[in-house]
Write a protein that binds this ligand. Sequence first.
Ligand code: NAD
Length: 276
Amino acid sequence: MPFDETSLKTAAGWLADAKRVVVFTGAGVSAESGIDTFRDNTGLWRRFPPERFATLPGLLSLAVTEPDELARFLRAVLAPIAAARPNLAHLAIARLEHHVETTVVTQNIDGLHQEAGSTRVREIHGTLFDVVSPTGHKVRSLSRAELARMVAALERIERGPFKLPRLVRTVRPLMGLGRGLAHRPRVVLFGEHLAEPDWTSAQEDAAACDLMLVVGTSGEVYPAASLPERATDVGARVVGVGLETGYGDVWLHGKAGELLPRLVTDAFGDDVTRRG
Ligand code: NAD
């Protein structure tokens, strides 16, 4: 569908008038950073069915029965995130804070909003960069560089012998495999509760905003996908940005990395593509 200038003007006018903005993001906001969404044709869930690879029992059983398959899955998830840098969509969202009270509510686990400069970020599906105990207490942070080293080691495991012990040793900074999963990344797997206190805060933010930007999310993952309706319920305007039409008063069709900088420029005269 061709891009619609009238919708962009309308959305920019709403953004310029807004007092409290929530930016609700999904996998699409990071697609231009090289991290594939999970549901598209080449997406992760096509290659690694979530019932086997996105639950804790599934992962534990794979570690014992098919460690090389688990190593392949972990590398497929971790490698793009280890190599990613914020794109223009993340930078435009971070720049909003210069102009209006802004909260980012993200379903992503890739840490790119913070790296782009956003300071109020709710990570409702958790983050790969916090390692937590079984009771949810933070044990340590993980850096993108550590993640990159882990990815390189995983690749070697896929090629060599003694896969299980090497896998256990390699992923130990992230997960205590083989010790009753003593620690793990603070990432919400299928069937688990959303991350707190972020989820409660996100619901409050949605109920207190006057504009919500919904960026790069299919709206299929509940309960996260209920947030735009919550904003509508309190009279907020909802602007969608993405490749497929979804929920919103206005929908901007296209790539987030192209549309969001234009939106910020049109609303505030601020050119995100320039530094500062
Ligand atoms: P999704 O895969 O269900 O949908 C992504 C949406 O983004 C689609 O509607 C797609 O058309 C759109 N999109 C793709 N490229 C885009 C672009 N350049 N600009 C704008 N939109 C684009 O993703 P979801 O709704 O976020 O749900 C998937 C779940 O998987 C989430 O809960 C998330 O935690 C997780 N996930 C996270 C990451 C990450 O951390 N980067 C990546 C993949 C999946």
